[in-house]
Design a protein around this ligand. Structure first.
Ligand SMILES: [Zn+2]
Length: 450
């Protein structure tokens, strides 16, 4: 009975929900610098209007996090929904079909930066809270909303800050981060683990000299080039780690979205992007994507800098990567120093961790009744089972899992994962409305009195 009430409430208020999402997209919160407070104030206004307790925690220059709760009682089962308020820069605006902050509606889609990643998911979880309050259903637990800043730059000032400062006395049983998890043509995924992204800067220090007598110096660009040519040996020096889901297991999980294994194999063979995503999930990957060196065409350079991007599997640590990198560099005969300084005649390599993170994985997801129940609600609304999946990029879920706050954390939300951060980012209105239904129905069944 209450389920029907919830679904008809959502159908009757579609226009209001679409307007709310458009307003969030139109509210500037590009990170860097952030400006998430603009969005936090819009959400606060919307929730206060619905008489929901909500607090904004401002920091820095026009930045903020927000926390709201359905009621004041945290004794029962608690469910937490998380959504980030920041978006990545729109890039070159002339490449967009519609201005990136216009939230233009065309052909049942809303276009704009953040439509998918993730103002769509954010609006949907805010609305779920409002619906439960408004329908005044009898519930025994609490629904907590974390609307956060800083996700696109690591989440340390957003989700991590809330976990360490505002959630210390509140125990949570299940967390959903509303990131876009649509994987065309598979339908929705429930993401139970993500890789971590770290950055390491490599600096080669050589000796400068006149290019007419190159042997009087030591060319730092050549040194870097030697290192680059040996990067494929990194794997040999890394401890062997099993991926959380093997290639065959991932394929097995994905194939549940299809009528038969044969159909799935055929579709997979026509989807290079999907093949690559599955492939990236089962292995450690690294790439050198930025390099800088040299001051003049006729001077032997004494300095070359490169930044490498590494994607770690659960169980791999930054120390392991540094160790392997050191072995590769030592095998070339170069000394590695802990400080970037030295005498002009010193030849050495310096390594610096630029960005540090840890992958995370909810290893007991197969046994979870809650996840099973969540999947059945998704299947009911989307007419397709969600696929348990691992994700090749990082997300805020790691701050709940790795801190020990709540291992049972998943990513699930409206939008296609592949349109995140892209030009002409959009969300299907139907997908957005379905997500509101899933978030509200799940919260209701999770918290209702048994
Ligand atoms: Zn996101």
């Amino acid at each position: 009975m209450s389920e029907e009430l919830i679904l008809s409430e959502i159908e009757n208020n579609r226009e209001e929900y679409i307007e709310f999402l458009k307003e969030l997209i139109q509210t500037e919160s590009v990170n860097p610098p952030g400006n998430e407070k603009n969005v936090a104030l819009k959400i606060e206004k919307y929730l206060k209007h619905a008489e929901i307790n909500c607090e904004v925690f401002p920091f820095g220059d026009n930045r903020a996090n927000l926390m709201a709760t359905l009621n004041d009682n945290f004794d029962g089962k608690n469910l937490l929904y998380n959504g980030h308020m920041d978006v990545v820069p729109p890039g070159s605006e002339e490449e967009w079909k519609y201005p990136p902050f216009s939230a233009t509606v065309k052909r049942k889609r809303i276009y704009g930066r953040g439509a998918t990643d993730m103002k769509g998911g954010l609006a949907a979880i805010v609305i779920a809270l409002k619906i439960l309050k408004r329908l005044d259903l009898e519930l025994s637990g609490n629904l907590i909303l974390n609307a956060v800043a800083d996700e696109e730059t690591g989440g340390f000032l957003g989700t991590k800050w809330l976990v360490e400062n505002k959630l210390t006395t509140i125990k949570c049983d299940f967390v959903i981060v509303g990131e876009p998890t649509g994987l065309d043509p598979l339908g929705k995924a429930s993401i139970v683990g993500e890789k971590a992204r770290i950055e390491i800067k490599i600096v080669t220090n050589g000796i400068s000299s006149h290019a007419a007598i190159p042997f009087a110096g030591k060319n730092a660009i050549y040194m870097m080039s030697e290192i680059i040519q040996n990067l494929d040996k990194l794997g040999e020096f890394l401890p062997k780690i099993k991926p959380p889901m093997s290639l065959s297991e991932l394929k097995e999980n994905v194939s549940i979205a299809f009528p038969s294994k044969e159909i799935f194999e055929k579709i997979l063979s026509e989807q290079p992007l999907l093949q690559n995503i599955i492939e990236a999930n089962t292995q450690f990957v690294s790439s050198l994507n930025m390099i800088k060196g040299g001051i003049k065409p006729n001077v032997i350079p004494d300095l070359c800098e490169a930044i490498m991007d590494f994607r770690l599997l659960p169980g791999q640590t930054t120390e392991m990567i540094l160790g392997a990198l050191r072995k590769v560099i030592n095998s070339l005969g170069y000394e590695i120093k802990n400080e970037p300084t030295g005498k002009p005649e010193d030849i050495f390599v310096y390594l610096e961790v630029f960005k540090d993170a840890k992958a995370s994985y909810w290893k007991d997801w197969r046994k979870s009744k809650e996840l099973k129940h969540f999947s059945s609600i998704v299947e009911k609304i989307y007419k397709k089972k969600p696929i348990p999946f691992f994700f090749p990029a990082g997300a805020d879920a790691s701050h709940y899992r790795n801190s020990g706050y709540c291992a049972s954390t998943i990513l699930f939300g409206p939008g296609l994962a592949t349109t995140s951060h892209a030009v002409n980012e959009y969300i299907e209105i139907q997908d957005y409305i379905k997500a509101i239904k899933v978030f509200t129905l799940f919260a209701y069944s999770f918290l209702k009195k048994h």
